[in-house]
Design a protein around this ligand. Structure first.
Ligand code: FAD
Length: 462
């Protein structure tokens, strides 16, 4: 049965809890006022890191702060940001060939720099605003387990290094001889490492929201926006309709990530919801297990990889499990069901630490919780940021694909400059491929789908 588009694209109620959301937080269901204000300068839709980072920069050092209402369909930060792996892992080398092919080597180099700069941008924010969110700077270790894959990564690393167009000063390559001992991962065939960070993403967002409420932000949980229409009463304004009443606003910021096409159907082709899986692994308290000082990407082959962060309490968060379900399109592609688990992935993380890490064989580490979450995958892997084409006063910050933590904060800063000061996209300094355009929305090519097609076809043959 064809789902009604308007129902299909709103987040589903009652998502399964993640490790980060399980313990109730005081702002989960926050409503700053009992009723909705009927007017605001700006309405931001979506309370993940994108919406909240944008609100932060709209209000930061602003002598004439606009009135802002933040609408959230479910609990505050209950979308991807509240359900992710907590890894602030810039891609400083692995996707360079892919992005160079799509956008040119200069753009690929710019993207790598932009992501790397985020580790320090998030660090500065956390420090300056004193947000308690378990933030730690670390090295990310990408460990390659398949010999041919490891060889091709070494060749790529060497050629990108030799070309000298991309800054690899923070990126080191370690070959098979030392890879297992240095990484601690069994059978490692190669290792690439660089600076990254990990944190409790929901605490970062809630910490910021708390500060912003102090600056006048009106927060409304459990209030889905149902449509955005031209206001009949006030030329140049927009009417945001909700079941709790309507708000008229001069500007609207769509920070709804995977769900963006519910209110902006022109993004239906370019941003697709994709379901991801994460888990929390812990051992008995009395057991003194080794501590992992690094974060990890475990790369099984060119398609399958997991990502892992150590928690300061000795437990581990691991995400991925693609091998278990990425060949089954319906289980994740265009799927917004974060109220259920992916059954194919339910046992994927069993004995994970024991299987892959040296010295963890007797750790008794067990999966304590597993969950799903919905990512917004962009057809060309780039987020859409900027003025929504042909809708003056409406802006978008969405489509962060596999990882948003090393991109969102500075995108929020750039978007706030556009909305607040009328700065052009080009003047924000954001990477050019991020600019939202009609051409991208209408593109006939879809590199994302093309890359997945082979997996789906192989499954169809079985
Ligand atoms: C399982 C999983 C693991 C991940 N791991 C990592 C990781 O380790 N590192 C990393 O960098 N990235 C990771 N990601 C991706 C990362 O979480 C996202 O890129 C990022 O959180 C996107 O933030 P956002 O604010 O744009 O979207 P979201 O956090 O999804 O926020 C969008 C919000 O909009 C709300 N909303 C939608 N429609 C409406 C509406 N009509 N009205 C009102 N509200 C609405 C939603 O409820 C949601 O709260 C992971 C994602 C998942 C799901």
């Amino acid at each position: 049965m064809m789902a009604n588009h308007n129902i299909a694209r709103l987040p589903v109620p009652n998502p399964v809890d993640s490790f980060w959301t399980a313990e109730p937080k005081k702002l989960d269901n926050h409503r700053s006022t009992e009723g909705l204000p009927s007017n605001a300068d700006i309405v931001i839709i979506g309370s993940g890191l994108s919406g909240v980072a944008t609100a932060y920069f709209l209000l930061k050092d602003n002598p004439n702060p606009p009135s802002i209402v933040l609408l959230e369909a479910r609990g505050i930060c209950s979308g991807a940001t509240g359900r992710n792996g907590g890894h602030v892992k810039p891609d400083t080398y692995s996707d360079i060939p892919k992005f160079a092919k799509l956008f040119g080597i200069e753009a690929a180099a710019e993207l790598a720099e932009f992501e790397a700069s985020h580790v320090y941008a998030v660090k500065d924010l956390v420090q300056k605003e004193r947000i308690d969110c378990d933030f730690h700077v670390t090295r990310a270790l990408d460990v390659y387990l398949e010999p041919d894959h490891a060889k091709s990564v070494e060749a790529t690393y060497n050629s990108v290094y030799k070309e000298g167009r991309v800054n690899l000063s923070d990126v080191t390559f370690t070959s098979e001889q030392d890879a297992e001992r240095i990484s601690g991962v069994k059978n490692a065939k190669a290792l690439v490492s660089y600076t990254a960070a990990h944190l409790w993403p929901l605490k970062l967002v809630h910490g910021l929201v708390e500060k912003l409420i102090g600056k006048g932000l009106n927060v409304q949980a459990h209030t889905p926006a149902d449509s955005v229409q031209e206001s009949q009463a006030k030329t140049g304004s927009w009417l945001i309709k909700t079941s709790r009443g309507d708000i008229e606003a001069k500007q609207v910021i769509h920070a709804t990530n995977a769900y963006v096409s519910y209110l902006l159907p022109e993004y239906r082709q370019s941003i697709t919801p994709v379901r991801g899986v994460c888990c929390h692994i812990q051992g008995p308290q009395k057991k003194k297990n080794p501590h992992l000082p690094n974060t990890y990407g475990i790369r099984f082959d060119e398609v399958n990889n997991d990502y892992l962060i150590p928690r300061p309490d000795g437990s581990i968060i691991v995400g991925g499990a693609r091998e278990a379900f990425w060949h089954k399109k319906n289980q994740y592609f265009d799927n917004i069901r974060d109220d259920e688990l992916v059954k194919e992935a339910s046992s994927y993380f069993d004995n994970y630490m024991q299987k892959y890490f040296r010295g963890w064989e007797d750790s008794d580490m067990k999966v304590q919780r597993i969950w799903t979450g919905i990512l917004g995958y962009s057809f060309d892997y780039m987020p859409h940021v900027g003025q929504v084409p042909d809708k003056p006063g409406q802006f978008i910050i969405a489509g962060f694909t596999g990882y948003g933590m090393p991109k969102i904060l500075l995108c929020g800063k750039g978007l706030a400059a556009m909305a607040r000061d009328g700065v052009s996209f080009e003047a924000t300094g954001l990477p050019k491929p991020f600019k939202t355009t009609v051409v991208r929305n209408r593109s006939q090519s879809n590199p994302l789908k093309e890359s997945l097609q082979t997996l789906w076809e192989e499954q169809a043959k079985l």
